[in-house]
Design a protein around this ligand. Structure first.
Ligand code: 13P
Length: 247
């Protein structure tokens, strides 16, 4: 019912030379059985859109401002991302929440702006290690999801990514039971918040690699992954895509 999604987040990585990885990736997966998305640094979106040619690879930004335009030096609006060739945008990544103090309300406003520009918002949530150790993981993600989901959210324009902060870039991954517990909770929360909840895709993110992708993708309610480091090269990302196709 839900088409699976393999999404890469290049974060603050990638120069024009690295677009060869897009060519290698699209050559390796000419007709993928899952949706493919790379969220590129803003500087590469237009060139990546050109590099993908007619391939189904989708391209996203990594954040957007809540306003359509205006005096916000250095910021990028959702219509600008769309204009550059993006169809998606990540909002509320924990690195944005930590580095830029973004709150759930900010994230909800950004997601609404994405929807207004015709973009799919990939809304990120996830607990810190302290919150997990205190037994608060489920209440934290419930409150983040409730606060970060705008009224404009539908199954077609919204993807949720559960990314425990302590698993990002650390090589640490929750157990499959822990992932399943959170994803099950998020699905139930979505049912309370919106109509098409059973069609919304919920991704897992945090140290996903070829070696652990298969077991993560076997967890019920995991509809794909948001991959950081292992999305930067076709050699690393390709086996993750294959694992998702085989899940
Ligand atoms: P890593 O896959 O590098 O842990 O990053 C995950 C992430 O933050 C994706 O948004």
């Amino acid at each position: 019912m839900r088409r699976k999604l393999a999404a890469g987040n290049w974060k603050m990585n990638g120069l024009v030379d690295d677009l060869r990885e897009i060519k290698a990736l699209t050559d390796a997966h000419p007709d993928p059985d899952v949706d493919l998305l790379i969220c590129a640094p803003a500087t590469l979106i237009a060139q990546m859109a050109w590099a993908r040619g007619t391939h189904a690879l989708q391209i996203g930004g990594q954040t957007c401002h809540a306003d359509r335009s205006g005096a916000h030096t250095g910021d990028i609006s959702a219509p600008m991302l769309r204009d550059a060739g993006a169809s998606h945008v990540i909002v509320g990544h924990s690195e944005r929440r930590a580095d830029h103090g973004e709150t759930d309300a900010d994230v909800a406003a950004q997601a609404a702006a994405a929807h207004g520009a015709g973009l799919v918002a990939v809304i990120c949530i996830g607990e810190t290690l302290d919150q997990r150790e205190a037994g608060d993981a489920l209440s934290v993600v419930t409150s983040q999801l409730t606060g970060s989901l705008p009224a404009s959210a539908t199954a077609a324009n919204t993807v949720i990514a559960y990314e425990p902060v302590w698993a990002i870039g650390t090589g640490k991954v929750p157990t499959t039971d822990q992932i399943g517990e959170v994803h099950g909770t998020l699905r139930a929360v979505l049912r309370d918040l919106m109509k098409q909840a059973s069609s919304v895709r919920v991704l897992y993110g945090g140290s996903v690699k070829a070696s652990n992708a298969g077991e993560i993708f076997a967890v019920p309610d995991v509809d794909g992954a948001l991959v950081g480091g292992a999305s930067l090269t076709a050699a690393d990302f390709s086996p993750i895509i294959t694992a998702l196709e085989n899940a």
